[in-house]
Design a protein around this ligand. Structure first.
Ligand SMILES: [Fe+2]
Length: 163
């Protein structure tokens, strides 16, 4: 989120914090059918209570398709585009000795075709992400890999080679 905000000349802090918080209630309230508290309603309510920027709350709503808030703004579309992809890239990094370093779009696509690998990641969502940003899929993947690579220390994505 920070990398895309920077690239588009947007508010890096707003985008970063939105990315950090969008799933903050997931572990406690994973039941999306719970219309009162189910993810992400709890974190949205909490942020509203704390006078968080409305665009942050709306973006968090828009990343949950079942809330019927269509992702419209660049921040909303970007959150959807990077959410599942980041999870998938972290899974790819975890099985490579070199971690995230040098991970290519080609090998990401190969992994996407293996249904058993990181099976919880929604492939459709990963593929549609780039479209929502109006970007070529490979370019989008390469951009997000580079963003994760630049923070590989704090995200512990250097792989076994680093140990
Ligand atoms: Fe979520």
């Amino acid at each position: 989120m920070a990398a895309y905000a920077e690239r588009g000349g947007e508010d890096v802090e707003l985008w970063s914090v939105t990315g950090l918080l969008h799933d903050a209630d997931y572990e406690r309230f994973p039941d999306m059918d719970d219309e009162e508290k189910g993810h992400p309603r709890s974190i949205m309510a909490e942020l509203e209570k704390r006078d968080a920027p409305p665009e942050m709350v709306r973006a968090i709503a828009a990343h949950a398709p079942y809330l019927d808030v269509e992702p419209e703004t660049p921040m909303e579309r970007t959150l959807v585009a990077v959410d599942e992809l980041c999870g998938f890239l972290v899974a790819c990094a975890a099985v490579r000795p070199e971690g995230i370093n040098g991970l290519s779009a080609k090998s990401v696509k190969k992994k996407l075709k293996q249904p058993s690998f990181a099976a919880a990641v929604n492939r459709e969502e990963v593929r549609h992400g780039a479209e929502k940003l109006g970007m070529d899929f490979d370019e989008h993947v390469a951009f997000v890999v580079a963003a994760l690579e630049s923070r590989a220390d704090e995200l512990e994505l250097h792989g076994r080679d680093a140990a």
